[in-house]
Design a protein around this ligand. Sequence first.
Ligand SMILES: [Zn+2]
Ligand SMILES: [Zn+2]
Length: 471
Amino acid sequence: MDIEVKNQRDNLIGLSLQIKKYMWSKGVPYSTLYQNLYFKSSVSLSKKKQYSEAMKRALLEEVRKKTEQNKGVAEVSFFEEFKIRFYIISEWILEDWALRHNLEYLDYNINDPFSAEDCKINGVDIDVKTTIGLQRLKAIPFHSRTKDEKEIQVAVKSECFNTRNPHLTQHNILGIFDPSKYRDINIPLQYLQVFSRVKNACYFQPLEEYFDVLPDINDKIINYNQDVVDSWIKIDVLPTQRIHEVNYNLITIIFLMLDYPKKLTIFLKTHLPKIHHDFIPIVIELAAKKSIQLLPHYLADYLIKKIYNKEEIDQKSLVHIIYSVCFPNTSQRLYIENLFKLLEIIPEVCCKWHPEENIKDMELRYIEGDIPTFQVQCPQDPSKRTTIYTYSWKTYDVLFYKKNSQCKDDNCGGLTHEWFDYAEESKKYKTICKSTCNLSGREAFNKIQEEEIKEYQNKQKFQSLDDDVPF
Ligand SMILES: [Zn+2]
Ligand SMILES: [Zn+2]
């Protein structure tokens, strides 16, 4: 082998190893996982104090409510207690992360538990957001009040897999959202807009890159022989199965081209099918503005646009090539892959009321909001809408047309799922439909629950009466 060619090959191997290390420094690409965190021994004294104060405030609030209603013993609910514990842990995790990376950290909650921002890292004011995942409750996306849309937020996904052991929890920093990072980018987001009350995992870019704590990759020579590049890409022929695996060869070669828009454009045009050439300007723009880490957000928005326009997509090539431009974290991949699934089922969709009407006859609707939803609208009666993709308001599970059953109520086009109610008075499966459904929505659910409680209390009363009968 030519010495020069050998040098170039060795260089690429070294660079690929560097990138691999850089991506997987914590076992999860570009994010930070705190597994099996034990509240009592992990969290700082200051945060423990804030926790007990927050619990005291919550209890006082309950006492006030009960006094107003003039009944019952006041206690902080199970869910509320988890909520308080999770937000305190999430704030502590961010502090721990900042200190481990030698960044300046200031906790605003020490002096003011109601401070609009929770902390400051290296001069950046941050609001920490957490989701509450308890057993089957998934609790993603992240919600903000309208006035907080412009805040810089860090998202932490918090979970407790076994609520009987509430002190052992798992947390994962998903990343940071900073609206100013989008200011200079000349391609607008259409569906997942920058300022939004609801944010999914794709809005949050890696903290490590945001605060520039990763080692520099300085090997950025570009004038490789075309032969070297070609053979390098072929070392690892694109797999046909397990397509979501990281391809370091591709990542390395694309990384080398990020500062060379012409080379990158040619490369992407060669490797992406024509139907996805419309994504190339987005990659080039993000690379030019040194914001390639925002790519998962733009990719999700792009997919929603494709869905909306009923356009075809080639999942394999998008995953191979676009994931190699900027590899999404686990939660982002879950979100993006759910959109892929939606794209796959769209051709099979038909109107709930008129099965002969297929997707060609119907208009697609996307409803942003607390529960992002896709529906198809009946061409005869626009009030008849068949839901094809949504989240459960009860568990935040993703629901799909065909995978989940349609509602039995003839007036409702919602998707349902079964949920086992472990409560003492219920102990049975319940059908959950969209929150506004008359048959299985939120109100109907609450009513059934109330009746069950009443019935259960009556049964107990009779039982105790029976017990009193003297023989
Ligand atoms: Zn119809
Ligand atoms: Zn329904």
